[in-house]
Design a protein around this ligand. Structure first.
Ligand code: C2E
Ligand code: CA
Ligand code: CA
Length: 632
């Protein structure tokens, strides 16, 4: 793979250079021929006037050949052929001048510039041949019985001076040609280096890229196997980097990545002589993902030490251009040969450990374990199942009624997703939704759910006279998807649904304080006229004072707090009351979920909770059960 790319790159470089050279020689041939033709015509005519008929005829016939050559060159663009013909003309002209002696025996003087031109229109080796042929021919004419053929006579001194001068001139010309040739080679080399750099190194940070890294890893593991050494692989993924891009623009994001790559190098530089790292031990795999290779570590924990040093980079925030960003890193560690012996498995396991670090609240380091491998395998299985379910339309919805606490009537219905794919047997949305979010499949799923929940709502309204709301769960991922509000709007109008009968539930953890994109999307959704509920409220980190900034209509108390209503644990059993008070303060509706007992429901009523749902009131119902219950 590697060598293939390399040969392809080299030929690209050479091809470009050949084109540049051909263009240059084309122009040179053209200009020299025009000048030569003008020159020959003038001198030829003068010679004829001077009664030197043979010389005049020779010069003019050469001029005619030159014009013919120019015409051929223009028509075919064939520089090589034009150069050969021109070379032939110049060579025969030079010999003609030597034989005839030119005007008043000055022909020899003309030969020097003509020969120089002759060499320069050629490449190096053809020029050598040309020069050798001409020198040998002139020696034969000057110093052998062939001199009988000359129409003029030269003294020995003149002959020797001519040959020596032509030798010196040619050596100079050939040397110049040779150095030109070499500079072309250098340019090709540099050009190929550039292409190589682009193919194997990340253009932003200059670090090895994914392909290069894989090759380095392979080499390093082969050496480690031979020397019986351990190699640590750190998989680093920045947390919150997307927000920097969204809030400060891509240029700021790029500068941050560059700065991070430099500080990363500082941190892993072999200052303590523990690891012999060099820049090939680092790589940027994609976006905000980096890897570090630690050759020859004594024990896996050594890799943990370096990982902790990397996390320290983010202590007190990460400043670039006087702006401090709240970004961190999640780091996964896998060690050769303990965790994997294959390069691709080692990367995969370090990636799995990184995923685990992200899931454990970010800004931390995780070592690869067998549990992580199992979870990773399960995620892959789920992903496969989701893709299949999307392709074969194997999704369905169940519906959970939501009751008004005051009069026990159904005021809303929450649509919950189910998947029938064989791969996902026994796996509920709490497990497959996070995988869908991580793989980007969620966007398609959310649209499917919205579309089908609206379809169900219309049917409930027209067939059963249902007047309540349809509550639809949408992933927090959509808050970063600026197209989502428009897609919802299109679905609302396609089903001709009154937006006031729709509530979108977004988990509270999806909210990031100060995230402008997130807020913009929420406002756009709110503008559509649908209401917005903050799902699983209380589990996220929303500073309660931030609530005023969100266009939320409803807080959905997480079912773990309802579950803890009568527990001994002090702050937890008060959470429902605290959230209820908060909702009163901001004029928000409250839904308690996970009500499983009458005691819980009664207590919620006394606290002033508006709506409630849970197994005590009704389990999620299939479409048929829902219809027979509400329309029957
Ligand atoms: P959620 O939005 O908090 O949904 C409530 C979950 O709690 C549902 O589980 C429901 O069956 C369960 N539940 C309700 N009442 C009780 C109760 O009294 N006791 C117990 N033990 N559980 C109760 P489900 O359907 O497995 O959904 C789990 C999570 O998956 C949902 O939590 C939601 O975050 C996500 N999800 C479900 N459907 C969708 C969907 O269509 N789109 C998206 N994006 N996420 C969905
Ligand atoms: Ca929900
Ligand atoms: Ca919930």
């Amino acid at each position: 793979m590697e060598t293939k790319t390399q040969t392809r790159d080299v030929t690209t470089g050479q091809r470009e250079m050949v084109a540049v050279r051909r263009n240059r020689r084309y122009k040179l041939c053209q200009i020299l021929t025009i000048i030569g033709v003008l020159f020959l015509c003038t001198l030829g005519s003068l010679s004829l006037l001077d009664n030197a008929r043979l010389l005049g005829a020779m010069l003019l016939s050469n001029a005619t050949l030159g014009i013919l050559n120019l015409y051929l060159l223009k028509r075919s663009g064939n520089v090589e052929r034009a150069a050969i013909i021109l070379s032939f003309i110049l060579c025969s002209l030079s010999l003609g001048l030597l034989i005839t002696g030119g005007n008043s025996n000055t022909g020899m003087l003309w030969i020097y510039p003509i020969m120089a031109i002759n060499l320069f229109i050629n490449r190096f080796w053809p020029a050598v041949v040309n020069f050798t042929v001409f020198t040998l021919a002139s020696i034969l004419f000057l110093f052998t019985p062939l001199s009988e053929l000359l129409m003029t006579s030269y003294t020995i001194v003149e002959g020797v001076r001519f040959v020596l001068t032509i030798l010196a001139l040619n050596v100079i010309c050939l040397a110049a040609l040779h150095s030109e040739e070499q500079s072309y080679q250098t340019i090709i080399q540099l050009h190929d280096d550039d292409i190589r750099q682009m193919a194997y190194y990340d253009t932003l940070t200059g670090l090895p890229n994914r392909w290069n890294f894989k090759a380095n890893l392979q080499r390093m593991l082969a050496r480690a196997e031979k020397d019986k050494q351990r190699v640590g692989l750190l998989y680093i993924d920045l947390d919150n980097f997307k927000q920097v891009n969204d809030q400060f623009g891509h240029e700021a994001g790029d500068r941050l990545l560059l700065e991070f790559s430099e500080r990363l190098w500082e941190v892993i530089r072999p200052s303590d002589q523990l690891f012999k790292t060099n820049k090939d031990s680092l790589a940027r795999l994609a976006g905000d993902e980096f890897v570090v290779l630690l050759p020859n570590i004594k024990k896996p924990l050594d890799a943990g030490i370096v990982a902790s040093r990397i996390l320290k980079i983010f202590d007190n925030g990460f400043s670039v251009d006087n702006v401090t960003h709240n970004i961190y890193a999640s780091i996964g560690i896998a060690v050769y040969p303990d965790d994997a012996s294959e390069p691709s498995m080692l990367i995969k396991h370090a990636d799995g450990a990184m995923y685990d670090a992200k899931a454990s609240g970010r800004n931390c380091v995780k070592f690869f374990t067998q549990d992580i491998a199992n979870a990773q395998r399960q995620r892959q299985r789920i992903e496969k199942g989701l893709r299949m379910a999307l392709a074969k339309n194997q999704f369905s919805l169940v519906f959970m009624p939501i009751f008004d606490c005051e009069n026990n009537t159904v005021v809303a219905i929450e649509a919950l997703l189910r998947c029938q794919s064989a791969e996902l047997e026994g796996i509920g949305p709490d497990l497959f939704i996070p995988v869908a979010e991580a793989t980007g499949l969620i966007k398609e799923i959310d649209l499917w759910v919205t579309d089908n929940a609206l379809k169900a709502l219309v049917q409930l309204q027209t067939e059963c006279g249902f007047t309540g709301k349809m509550c639809i769960n949408v992933s927090g991922v959509e808050l970063n998807n600026e197209r989502f509000p428009l897609q919802v709007e299109q679905l609302l109008s396609a089903h001709n649904v009154d937006p006031e009968t729709v509530e979108l539930e977004v988990t509270e953890t999806a909210f990031v304080a100060g995230d402008t994109v997130c807020l913009r999307t929420l406002n756009a959704l709110n503008q559509l006229g649908v209401s917005i509920a903050l799902d699983d409220f209380g589990t996220g980190y929303t500073a309660f004072s931030q609530l005023i900034h969100y266009p939320a209509d409803c807080l959905k108390i997480d079912r773990s707090f309802v579950n803890d209503l009568f527990s001994e644990k002090e702050p937890r059993n008060k959470m429902v009351m605290i959230i209820q008070n908060l909702a009163n303060l901001y004029g928000l509706r409250v839904i308690a979920e996970g009500v499983e007992t009458k005691a819980q429901l009664d207590h919620l009523k006394t606290l002033g909770c508006d709506w409630a749902q849970g197994y005590y009131l009704s389990k999620p119902l299939s479409w048929d059960d829902l219809i027979s219950r509400f329309c029957g």
